[in-house]
Design a protein around this ligand. Structure first.
Ligand code: NI
Length: 140
């Protein structure tokens, strides 16, 4: 039986969306408040989905304590109360948009979990705006 389990997490981080190849006016027009020169914070909500075959001996897909600890160590502790632009090497040359951030979190978790699992993340930057990666039309 193939199934999906999920785990939620929360952290706060600051960022600035600014493309140095754009003029100041273009940055302001495209990124709005997220272009603020002195950064700003978001209360990020994360939901991680893990899909695969249920283990017939345990009845589990994955021990949720294991998933919880991996998210805590490799996502929450890496990003909570950080400045994404300045503190996270992966964003040194990559815009810390919710889109790019969701993919980064996905790739980190995929590298820590059994490759037999398929992983999807949903990252909310605000209570109403979220990004899902991989795209829901690409889930295998
Ligand atoms: Ni922002």
């Amino acid at each position: 039986m193939r199934i999906t389990v999920s785990r939620r997490a929360h952290f706060n981080a600051a960022h600035r969306l600014h493309n140095p190849t754009f003029s100041d006016e273009k940055n302001e027009a495209i990124f709005g408040k997220c272009n603020n020169a002195n950064y700003h914070g978001h209360n990020y909500e994360l939901e991680v989905f893990v899909s695969g075959e249920v283990n017939q001996e345990t009845g589990y897909l994955i021990d949720l304590k294991v998933l919880k600890d991996i998210i805590k160590e490799h996502v929450e502790e890496k990003f909570d109360h950080k400045n994404l632009n300045l503190d996270v090497p992966e964003f040194a040359n990559l815009l810390p948009s919710t889109e790019n951030f969701a993919k980064l979190i996905h790739d980190i978790l995929a590298s820590k979990l059994d490759p037999a699992f398929s992983i999807q993340v949903k990252l909310w930057e605000t209570p109403r705006n979220a990004v899902i990666y991989p795209a829901i039309d690409q889930i295998r």
